[in-house]
Design a binder for this molecule. Sequence first.
Ligand code: AMP
Length: 295
Amino acid sequence: MVSLHTFYKLGFMQIFKKKNALINCLSMLKQENKQIGFVPTMGALHKGHLSLVEESNKNNDISVVTIFVNPTQFNKSEDLENYPKTLENDLELLKSVHCDIVFIPSVEEIYADNVLSKSYYFDGIEHQMEGKFRDGHFDGVATVIHAFFEIIKPNTAYFGEKDYQQLQVVKKLAEKEKLPVNVIGCSTFRGNDGLAMSSRNARLSENQRNASPLIYQTLKKASGLIKTKEIADIYTFVKDEFNKNELLDLEYFTIADQESLQEVTTIQIGRKYRAFIAVNAGNVRLIDNISLPVN
Ligand code: AMP
């Protein structure tokens, strides 16, 4: 079992549970002009997370990873309760990619006795797609990322394009709050069959897992149709693909402007677009997205 003291060492990797101990350690490193890269996670780590740590390692002297299942970003308590927890394995994986510092705070350490989100305005991008289906989700995400940025004060922070809307929200957070951090998006890491790696994949039954590559296959087909078909026809195509499948329920498919994330009905030359999808396999919710080759 991992010791739950304030400070713990696994090989060269340092593990903190208390923010003051972490802040002291990082302030010494900053005095030595070390560049700090930051990768926030909720644990249950997989190769997608590790690819972010590797990106941070390439461009920084020190990589800090947080493992924190943030209660305020879950709108369903069962989703929070069922979130997989694999701390021992996570720490071994982080050690294997030469992560320098892991911060594993308690909920109290981050929120004290006020486990609530702050309210943010991100020019409306927070109300699209995930924002419509997960009420308050992005306020929760922004609250915890804001807190981590203030504790860690990273030079650069790395986020996966798999959660593209979250990446855009964090970029807006940094811009609006004037936080001196460079926010970088990293490509989605996929299995050989194209399914985006996700901590939630572990909760899929064998049949659901076998069905789920349809998500990325459909996104790729939609992307192939964008130059020749009307957007409305692409929506119909995607709905039909999922109607034919008994194990996967389409929650939304949206073609949106890559910056504003506003849904579009026509394509304009000179702008960039992405297709976004959310699918339920039983009670496991999977999301993915793809950039569209319009210009
Ligand atoms: P999570 O632990 O799900 O909150 O994810 C932590 C970070 O890892 C977020 O920036 C995610 O977008 C990113 N991430 C999750 N899955 C992948 C993936 N398959 N490829 C790349 N990044 C990912």
